[in-house]
Design a protein. Structure first.
Length: 64
């Protein structure tokens, strides 16, 4: 599985990390989080976090 590109990222990804990885804008990533299209959790009613293993699974097509 080609997950080496994720090695430099922390275990909890922010919308900024996902934006960097995908090329989507940060606001679009937040929208995907709000719509539960990306497996994310919201902390403090403001900041979104995506567990890296869940994002890798999502990118590889396992979270449809």
């Amino acid at each position: 599985m080609p997950i080496e590109i994720f090695a430099a990222y922390p275990d909890l990804l922010t919308p900024a990390h996902i934006s960097e990885l995908t090329g989507f804008t940060v606001e679009y990533v937040r929208k995907l989080c709000r719509e539960h299209k990306i497996p994310a959790v919201q902390v403090g009613g403001r900041q979104w976090f995506v567990p890296k293993p869940r994002f890798v699974e999502y990118v590889m097509g396992g979270d449809e």
